[in-house]
Design a protein around this ligand. Sequence first.
Ligand SMILES: [Zn+2]
Length: 89
Amino acid sequence: MWNCSSCGGTGVYTGLCEGPGQGVVCKTCKGSGAIENKPSYKPKEFTGLVRRSDIERVYVGNGTLIFFGAGPKGAGVSYEEFFNGKMPS
Ligand SMILES: [Zn+2]
């Protein structure tokens, strides 16, 4: 397994539309932080979710529209909950 190249192995993606301290579950790795295919850019072996210090709350991304400014949806979970394996719904 390799660190997800989209989120850097953190499982959380932050785009332009989330507010400060907010992230959404990475679409590529579904929040696991790991991918099976070796990324072409700076491959790094996955040794566990990489912790971020700038995220307080994690949300479900609003489909593929997240990249176009749709923003997060739902109540989300705290970053601690997410880091411990809980996914927002
Ligand atoms: Zn990812």
